[in-house]
Design a protein around this ligand. Structure first.
Ligand SMILES: NC(=O)c1ccc[n+]([C@@H]2O[C@H](COP(=O)([O-])OP(=O)(O)OC[C@H]3O[C@@H](n4cnc5c(N)ncnc54)[C@H](OP(=O)(O)O)[C@@H]3O)[C@@H](O)[C@H]2O)c1
Length: 282
């Protein structure tokens, strides 16, 4: 029997991971409804069906319109990928209110808007898979991008909670934590910097920022292989809740879990010291 085509809704297909994923799904002969802020994207494909819609994910009304237009195109949405996002570099103390809101509006609120507008359709059809792009920064951050990490931790919390809420509707949730992938992410076409700089942070966040600048174009992760991994997860009968991508991310996640586990044990007595004392029954 022929494999049933999946209908994908992917945000941010103009470049990077979103573009790779759109091309991989099309190569699988699937249907992709991709969004980009300009409404255009140079997607290479000889199979599959591609639709492009304009969308700035930080604007709720645009999200509502785009998701509903996408659903009417083929009468269903099988896979929703919240991919659009960018990184903000700079110490937390230097981050302005506008810079912080903008980071959260795109990376977190955008993801939430898409989910909120897609869920009525997914619930009605009784199936669906929501893939949210987080980052290894959403599990094990270092200094230099606190607001980016905060936006991705928010995506993590939303995703795990959502998985509990929608499992019984037949909807899967996977939150993806990539390490460094060779996209535009670290290039000046995408990355943003806080306008303010404090020299006292040169050795902490400043060091991270310099390191990331030098890493642009040399990242270990191949976006086409990330796309292949995401497709494998979507095709799986038992997809994971978390998908760490890249050897760098795997190493950082493992280190974080080991250190967290050791800290839990070290402070266990204090953790367990705060419950009301049970008085022995007379
Ligand atoms: N590459 C990495 O190393 C890495 C690591 C961990 C996580 N990630 C995550 O992976 C996702 C994709 O990043 P990437 O590496 O592919 O970066 P990228 O090459 O810079 O592409 C980012 C994409 O997001 C879109 N975008 C940004 N802000 C948007 C907005 N407000 N509304 C709609 N689209 C918007 C961009 O569209 P325009 O062309 O219109 O700007 C572009 O299509 C992001 O969520 C990122 O945080 C990436």
């Amino acid at each position: 029997m022929a494999r049933e085509k999946k209908v994908w809704f992917i945000t941010g297909v103009s470049r990077g991971l979103g573009k790779s994923l759109a091309e991989a799904a099309l190569a699988n002969d699937d249907i992709v409804i991709g969004t980009s802020r300009s409404g255009e994207a140079e997607i290479i494909h000889s199979t599959g069906t591609l639709h492009l819609l304009p969308l700035d994910v930080s604007l709720r009304e645009q999200v509502r319109e785009a998701v509903s237009r996408a659903q009417t195109l083929h009468g269903r949405l099988d896979v929703i990928v919240n991919n659009a996002g960018y990184g903000l570099l700079g110490a937390i103390e230097t981050t302005s209110t506008a810079e912080a809101y903008d980071q959260l509006d795109t990376n977190f609120m955008g993801t939430m808007f898409v989910i909120q507008h897609a869920l009525p359709f997914l619930r009605a059809q009784g199936h669906g898979h929501i893939i949210n792009l987080s980052s290894i920064a959403g599990l094990a951050p270092v200094g230099g991008y606190g607001l980016y990490a905060a936006s991705k931790f928010a995506v993590e919390g939303l995703s795990v909670s959502l998985a509990h809420e929608v499992r019984h509707f037949g909807i899967n949730v996977t939150v993806v934590e990539p390490g460094a992938f060779r996209t535009d992410f670290l290039s000046e076409n995408s990355i943003r910097h806080t306008a303010k700089n404090i020299s006292a942070y040169a050795d902490s966040s400043g060091e991270t920022i310099n390191r990331l600048r030098q890493y642009d174009g040399k990242q270990i992760g191949d976006p086409d292989l990330a796309a292949r991994a995401i497709i494998e997860v979507v095709e799986s009968p038992e997809p994971p809740l978390h998908l760490v991508l890249g050897s760098d991310a795997f190493e950082r996640a493992t280190k974080m879990l080991t250190e967290f586990s050791a800290e839990l044990s070290r402070w266990q007595a204090v953790s367990l010291s705060t419950d009301y004392q049970m008085t022995a029954a007379k």
